[in-house]
Design a protein around this ligand. Structure first.
Ligand SMILES: [Fe+2]
Length: 365
């Protein structure tokens, strides 16, 4: 269920009405709940705050969250924040009914026992779509752990456009690009379905139509960007992301660009390259299907065909005035071997190391 400002967030009263104690997982976003204080007072619900985690959250923080959830006798979970807060809340939900105390990373290897703990998420950025996906990322002993479970997708999403009001402009641009890249990559993914493509199309249109309003901070722009990120999240929940995301992680770690910034750096180059290389299609639906798909993406972007779609994507990038980092030869060496081959399997055109290297030379200066 999605709760929005329509009817003064009345769905929130309903969601809270049968909850006694809610574990509130939040970063410094707690202030965004102030407007709901009156509502919270009218229901007999206690909030137990958990904020003992950082961006790129670690497993040990999740273990602490589970302990608090159990010690306090909570019956539900609410996440307020960006991707990290939502990922922490997801994994707390997932591990809260597992045996043992999670010592030495044991829950990472344990068999999941799906549970029905009520779980509401309120995203305070419009980008990751984490509130709509079966993926969460946490770190254990420095290593990234990608956790996948259908059972931790929030049952309810609270979209409050006011939460985006004070986001710094760069963060707004980067998270918006993340949502756009999720939608585009999901569309061309080999795992796409009719349903995922509908989500992608809708998300691309929402981004294109609301970009100006969002960056100028209108309420309509903000609520529609939350919808765009959520809808793009639903699309990648079905398909996962592809080469653009596989290539963007190292750009973030080498040059410090925000994730969505790095993603659009790559997708704006990948899209035209794909149009010229449909003969290397590995999507079982075939080359003609892929050509049509690339065309459809152009149409969703508001262009007439694939080629003008690539110009439209480049125009969006140019308009945002996002920096293009400069790499040296050593960094190109590191970049070309950094790409996760599992992600590349979702990409409809085969990419070898030489091609990836060539693409990185176009992505960066
Ligand atoms: Fe992303």
């Amino acid at each position: 269920m999605i709760i929005t400002s329509a009817n003064n967030y009345e769905g929130l009263d309903t969601w809270l009405s049968d909850k006694k104690k809610v574990l509130l997982v939040c970063d410094d976003s707690l202030k965004f709940l102030d407007k709901f204080t009156a509502k919270l007072k009218t229901v007999d619900t206690t909030l137990v705050r958990f904020s003992d985690f950082k961006p790129n959250p670690i497993y040990d923080s999740v273990v602490k969250g589970v302990r608090l959830y159990l010690d306090e006798g909570c019956d539900s979970i609410m996440a307020v924040g960006g991707g990290s807060a939502i990922d922490v809340a997801k994994t707390i939900k997932l591990y809260s009914n597992l045996p043992g105390n999670g010592e030495d990373g044991s829950w990472l290897k344990a068999d999941v026992i799906p549970n029905t703990i009520p779980f509401l998420a309120m995203p305070t950025t419009a980008g990751t779509g984490s509130e709509a996906t079966r993926y969460a990322v946490i770190y254990y002993e420095g290593a990234k752990q990608s956790i996948t479970s259908e059972s931790f997708i929030p049952d309810t999403v609270l979209m409050d456009p006011d939460a985006l009001k004070t986001l710094p402009l760069y963060q707004k641009k980067a998270t918006m690009c993340d949502a756009l890249c999720h939608a585009i990559e999901s569309y061309w993914s080999v795992n796409s379905t009719d349903e995922s493509k509908e989500y992608s199309k809708e998300a691309i249109r929402l981004v294109v139509d609301n970009m100006d309003g969002y960056l100028n901070n209108t309420e309509e722009g903000r609520i529609n960007m939350l919808r765009a990120a959520n809808t793009a999240g639903k699309a990648i929940n079905i398909t996962q992301t592809t080469a653009g995301h596989a290539m963007c992680y190292k750009i973030t770690s080498l040059f410090g660009c925000a994730h969505g910034h790095a993603a659009i750096l790559c997708d704006r180059i990948l899209y035209p390259w794909m149009i010229d290389n449909t003969d290397k299609c590995i999507d079982p639906r075939g080359e003609d299907y892929l050509t049509q798909t690339l065309n459809d993406i152009g149409l969703a972007l508001g262009a007439e065909d694939a080629k003008s779609g690539t110009r439209k994507l480049q125009d969006i990038f140019d308009k945002l005035q996002l920096e293009i980092p400069a790499a040296d030869e050593e960094q190109y060496e590191e970049l070309k071997t950094s790409v996760n081959p599992v992600r590349l399997k979702n990409h409809p055109i085969a990419l070898d190391e030489e091609t990836i290297n060539k693409l990185y030379h176009e992505v960066l200066t």
